[in-house]
Write a protein that binds this ligand. Structure first.
Ligand code: ADP
Ligand code: FBP
Length: 441
């Protein structure tokens, strides 16, 4: 259980600069952005009749502060993007640069290349000094102009690089792994007694980071996944006993699969990592699918990549360079099992398999994601300028907040049997709730 003090954001020291003297900041609609340091957003808001609202647990509200720790004109800022790519990364980089340069007029903005390894001199990746020309059109492209990577980098080496390059604030754009790394870097900075701010911008296509109602890029990914599901439906209906099977990303969570199901409304089975399912036996997927094919002559199935891993051989499971489990290909496995099942029963089916996984990560951001990614970046800059550190920008109840990184990475956002999204999926698909009746522990 959290304590109120767990929600406190570390600061580098006493604020020394009056932000109202920063010309760029004065010119923007400061009324909208300026936030008093004691403004809070409650941690809990929904409460049942018998449980109390714990108003003492609250996040700090994000926004421009009246007083800054850093003198903007002296600041050298750094940006790094880590982990898998995601629509909107370039929007974040662009907005970080624009806010730092045009609003705060910082001295320099350095982009470290290929994730954390860009901060390890042994990789010999010379950083990029960002300027207007370099970033002005990057939002039109997917991926990240800085490159990204997975894999361990020593936090001591990262801090050595920050010191050597006289970086005052580092923006780490990445998922839970990157935010853990950010916390490690901050701990090392604190141990050395340095004044360097570490601010995280949460990123994952899977949307499973807590305290961000939806991660940037997720909206874009869902639209693309919806198109794949619609295509699978057309294929399924256009062939005798057609089955459209679509695999989407989602290492540990089924948000893309579930939201795309709701957006497409053509799906009959949604299989997600959080809920276990069986293939064989009475009432299990294959038997249910057979009944549907005999009755309706077509079906659409969406499966998230992390679903049904218990069905695969243990030795198919490997980890990536960052230590994340790399799942076996459940899509291909399911395709083969379905085909074999119907062949054994001498029942013709026409299964079309779609694997749009990587395609939905590499798109440029759609309109909503573009707005959101840029907002996160701007709030990250305000936080760092005020000398706040070891935090990630989040969003709760329509307000941007400062989330202490240890809280942000303590748990992962997941879909459960009892969640509203799952109820909606069951309703939209008509799949029996008994098909996946166990939360995965
Ligand atoms: N616990 C950790 N401590 C330090 N670095 C970490 C930790 N977990 C992940 N990292 C580093 O963070 C970077 C991104 O992590 P990864 O899990 O690949 O992606 P994501 O940030 O998208 O979850 C990698 O360089 C990885 O080595
Ligand atoms: O092939 P890669 O780059 O390891 O990416 C695959 C993984 O990345 C994800 O898209 C999530 O990655 P992030 O958490 O880094 O955004 C997973 O769904 C998927 O398992």
């Amino acid at each position: 259980m959290w304590k109120p003090s767990d929600f406190e954001i570390p600061t580098l020291g006493e604020a020394r600069v009056n932000s109202e003297d920063v010309p760029g900041l004065k010119n923007i609609a400061a009324g909208r952005y300026w936030v008093d340091d004691d403004e809070r957003v409650p941690y809990q808001c929904v409460f049942k009749r018998d449980s109390e609202l714990q108003t003492d647990l609250a996040f700090e509200k994000a926004g421009a502060r009246h007083r800054l720790f850093f003198n903007p004109g002296e600041v050298n800022a750094g940006i790094v993007t880590c982990g898998g790519i995601c629509p909107g990364l370039n929007d974040v980089i662009r907005a970080l640069y624009m806010e730092l340069h045009y609003i705060y007029h910082v001295k320099s903005v350095t982009g470290f290349r290929y994730g954390l390894r860009g901060l390890d001199p042994s990789y010999e990746l010379e950083p990029i000094i960002l300027n207007h020309e370099r970033v002005s059109d990057i939002q039109a492209h997917g991926g990240t102009m800085l490159g990204t990577s997975r894999g361990h980098v020593d936090v001591g080496v990262v801090v050595d690089t920050l010191v050597a390059r006289n970086i005052h604030m580092l923006f780490i754009v990445g998922g839970d792994g990157s935010q853990r790394a950010a916390h490690g870097v901050w701990q090392e900075i604190e141990r050395r007694g340095l004044n360097i701010a570490i601010v995280g911008v949460p990123k994952t296509i899977d949307n499973d980071i807590n305290f961000v109602y939806k991660t940037f890029g997720f909206d874009t990914a869902v639209s693309f996944a919806r198109d794949a599901l619609d295509a699978a439906h057309i294929e399924a209906k256009g062939n005798p006993n057609g089955i459209g099977l679509v695999k989407v990303m989602g290492r540990d969570s089924g948000f893309i699969a579930s939201y795309a199901t709701l957006a497409s409304i053509t799906v009959n089975y949604t299989l997600i990592p959080e809920l276990e399912f069986d293939l064989d036996g009475p009432g299990a997927l294959l038997e249910h699918l057979e009944a549907r094919i005999r009755h309706k002559h077509h079906a659409v199935i969406v499966i998230a990549e992390g679903a049904g891993q218990h069905l695969l051989e243990e030795d198919e499971r490997i980890v990536d360079a960052s230590g994340n489990v790399k799942h076996g290909d459940i899509g291909v496995y399911l395709k083969n099992r379905i085909n074999r099942y119907f062949k054994e029963r001498n029942l013709e089916v026409n299964l079309k398999y779609f694997d749009p996984s990587y395609m939905l990560r590499s798109l440029p951001a759609n309109a909503n994601d573009r707005i959101f990614a840029a907002d996160l970046a701007r709030f990250a800059v305000h936080a760092a300028m005020a000398g706040k550190t070891d935090l990630m920008i989040g969003r709760r109840f329509n307000q941007y907040i400062h989330v202490p990184i240890p809280i942000a990475v303590a748990t992962r956002k997941k879909i459960s049997l009892e969640s509203e999204i799952w109820m909606a999926v069951l309703q939209a698909t008509g799949q029996p709730s008994s098909l996946q009746s166990r939360n995965r522990t």
